[in-house]
Design a protein around this ligand. Structure first.
Ligand SMILES: [Zn+2]
Length: 344
């Protein structure tokens, strides 16, 4: 298929993700707290995407959590249900300072340029293939966080705004932008906003996996004919899951924490069809090899082999992009950017 793109050089992202290397134990502790919060929820009775009853054997267990692979749609579901109670326990309101230094701004711009501009560019390039120019794009970003994606889209010439639950993040985003690009909405108002929006493109960057009432949100999109495209990024059932399951003393970034289920090509296809949409373009670039690299480094440190780690690290890093490209092309990578088009 022509509109499928693979790979993305790691570059500066190594620096941005440094916390995972240096604070493994602290991150693992946080992950254990999140697992505790999920383990006390009701058992998941059906697949998050296709609603097939969950039964039979688990595929695997990692950090005390069991995972089932849905035989109908290929979605990976954790054993326990994500609920409002779970969300209240794990999504802690971030606190932001009111004064931002020049260094904060620099960090923001750096993250915007290295991570979000490429995501926005891919969307605009893909829409162009479909005959939609940047000036014709009216985008609503749902779960807009600190406003990076909205800023990136605006920088590239599109009309873009966002909605976000966290008041602190909205204030931070609008301060960084120097204008109002996001507005704060309470979670119960998101479905009505999606039902009534006149925007032709909706985006959900790293959001679907956290939505508790995902069925309701998808139904609102399906029923609003103004929405012609949906751009989403979600975590996938991938090599990273295997690396995590085999390195239980290393922080599990991917399966676990606030990720209680993971997508697959087939579950995304199922979801798109239920919404009345189809794939217009996709871009796969995972962090699987970065995860493996981190787990090897952390494990070597843990068992007293730091000298070997120092010797090995630069050799592995120089191969990282090539190795990840193999994983990306194998269709078993940890992340996808997917543009869905409403069927005609
Ligand atoms: Zn399923």
């Amino acid at each position: 298929m022509k509109n499928r793109k693979y790979g993305k050089p790691v570059g500066d992202i190594v620096k941005i993700k440094n916390d995972f290397f240096e604070h493994n134990d602290k991150m693992l502790e946080m992950s254990a707290f999140q697992a505790d919060s999920l383990l006390c929820q009701p058992k998941r009775s059906m697949c998050k995407i296709c609603h097939e009853p969950i039964k039979g054997e688990k595929l695997y267990t990692s950090q005390r959590m069991g995972y089932y692979l849905c035989p109908k749609c290929g979605h990976l579901n954790s054993e326990f249900e994500d609920t409002d109670d779970f969300a209240n326990r794990v999504y802690i309101q971030d606190s932001y300072e009111n004064n931002y230094s020049e260094a904060d701004r620099e960090k923001y711009e750096n993250r915007l340029n290295t991570i979000y501009i490429p995501k926005a560019q891919f969307l605009l390039d893909s829409l162009k293939e479909d005959g939609i120019e940047a000036k014709d794009v009216h985008l609503l970003d749902d779960g807009a966080g600190s406003g990076y994606f909205v800023r990136a889209m605006r920088k590239l010439g599109a009309d873009a705004n966002g909605i976000e639950i966290s008041k602190a993040q909205v204030e931070f985003a609008n301060t960084m932008a120097g204008e109002e690009i996001l507005r704060q909405v309470d979670s119960e108002n998101i479905a009505p906003i999606i039902s009534e929006t006149k925007c032709n493109v909706l985006s959900f960057i790293g959001v679907f996996e956290h939505i508790i009432n995902l069925d309701e949100i998808l139904e609102c999109i399906r029923k609003n004919p103004e929405v012609k495209y949906v751009y989403l990024s979600v975590p996938m059932f991938s090599m990273s899951c295997v690396f995590e399951a085999s390195h239980q003393k290393c922080y599990n970034r991917h399966a676990g924490g606030t990720h209680t289920h993971l997508f697959s090509d087939s579950s995304l296809k199922y979801m798109a069809e239920e919404m009345g949409f189809e794939e217009a373009a996709s871009w796969k670039f995972g962090s699987d090899m970065m995860d493996l690299y981190r787990m090897l480094c952390v494990s070597l440190d843990q068992n007293g082999n730091s000298a070997l780690k120092d010797y090995f690290a630069p050799k592995f890093l120089s191969m990282l992009d090539d190795l990840q490209m193999v994983v990306d092309k194998s269709e078993f990578a940890s992340e996808i950017h997917l543009l869905l088009r409403r069927k005609g």
